[in-house]
Design a protein around this ligand. Structure first.
Ligand code: SF4
Length: 378
């Protein structure tokens, strides 16, 4: 046997090799699984081949959204058929002159001139200035690589880290990129397409859009998928996000992501305001999660247990998930450590410690009581 043929990730993450031997994981991530194995086309391929005959560029934005939602219903039908009987052969077919994906590209190019991609709703023209995410129209990538530290079913994950973020988490563990948008290299859609192609060729099971936060970068991400569709590259799209998007932002990506990896951090708005400056957090994130779960999409929800927040955050978050997203896999994470502003500012002293074993025991026990399927920790 030629030992050099063994991929490094298999040695470091044997749990990733056997992740889909678990029938529950296989069942709950069934769409992702078939796309990952090239047995079905990623959703963006379906969107890129749904023809639109209207002269959509001359429409008002309101008309364009109506057209989008109408074609969205056709998409759901086509996707539903693919879920029952996957047909990856469509990847080889050429693209129509105008498609559902093109409508999305047109919409997002208009939205960033009056940005409401996320619930900050800055309304700023990002071709002229920066929003609360500290980003103008330029997207920057801090790094992209094969990540072997994610949940077992996602490894090896083709991760693309954007700089900039719309939240202000005082304990952010990626603050050097989330709060420092200049710490990256400017990219356009062709660059993002090249990165995805390279990552897929390096055995990536998925393209993992993360940051910082990917949401402010949708105007570059969505056009990059058109390039992939043209080239016939198939790879599941994974949305690794704080999910603080508007309904408009969600409508744009709901037909493009094959698997979702959102955070659900807080069980009440006071904690969300204090630690992430995120008004209406519970309403926004639960609304977006419900949209995903009601469509029976594949999803792994991450909940980072914060010290002293098992009762006010962990319990209500897990309870909500059990009632509203019963098919979701949940990663109850223990890796919190004081970072960014927490060790520096005494007003956050209650977060200036690790989570105790007893707190994690209570969190896991509650998840078990609720019948939640938890993933192997990342
Ligand atoms: S992405 Fe959010 S924070 Fe950034 S400009 Fe748009 S609405 Fe504002």
């Amino acid at each position: 046997m030629n030992r050099l043929n063994i991929s490094i990730w298999r040695l470091y993450r044997p749990d990733a090799v056997v992740a889909f031997d678990n029938p529950l994981i296989r069942n709950r991530l069934s769409w992702y699984y078939v796309v990952m194995n090239d047995q079905a086309p990623a959703k963006f391929h379906i969107a890129a081949r749904l023809e639109v005959n209207e002269d959509y560029r001359s429409m008002s934005t309101e008309e364009l959204w109506r057209l989008h939602d109408k074609v969205g219903e056709e998409f759901d039908k086509a996707w539903g058929e693919q879920r029952v009987k996957p047909r990856s052969s469509i990847i080889k077919s050429s693209l129509p002159k105008s498609s559902f994906l093109d409508v999305k590209i047109e919409l997002v190019s208009r939205i960033i001139r009056n940005c409401n991609l996320c619930e900050r709703r800055c309304g700023i023209d990002r071709t002229k200035g920066k929003g609360a995410c500290m980003l103008d129209r330029r997207s920057r990538v801090a790094s992209y690589f094969i990540h072997i530290g994610e949940e077992a079913s996602l490894v090896p994950s083709g991760t693309i880290f954007f700089t900039g973020c719309n939240l202000r988490c005082v304990y952010c563990q990626n603050w050097d990129i989330s709060q420092r948008p200049e710490n990256g290299i400017e990219v356009d859609e062709a660059d993002l397409a090249s990165m995805q192609i390279e990552l897929r060729a390096s055995e990536a099971r998925n393209i993992n859009w993360v940051g910082g936060e990917p949401t402010p970068n949708l105007h570059v991400i969505i056009p990059s998928l058109r390039i992939l569709a043209e080239k016939g590259i198939n790879v599941p799209q994974l949305w690794n996000s704080n999910l603080y998007l508007t309904p408009e932002g969600m409508r744009l990506i709901i037909h493009l992501m094959d698997i979702w990896l959102p955070d659900f951090k807080y069980g009440n708005d006071q904690c969300a305001l204090r630690y992430s400056v995120a008004p209406r957090y519970v309403e926004v994130v639960s609304r977006n999660l419900k949209m995903i779960c009601d469509r029976d999409e594949d999803i792994i929800i991450r909940h980072l247990v914060l010290p002293g927040h098992v009762e006010c955050c962990t319990r209500p978050v897990l309870r909500w998930i059990a009632h509203n997203c019963p098919r979701a896999i949940v990663n109850v994470m223990d890796q919190y450590h004081p970072d960014y502003l927490v060790p520096r500012l005494s007003r956050y002293r209650e977060l200036n410690r690790r989570v105790t074993e007893e707190e994690m025991r209570r969190a896991y026990e509650y998840a078990r009581e609720l019948g939640i399927l938890t993933s192997s920790p990342s």
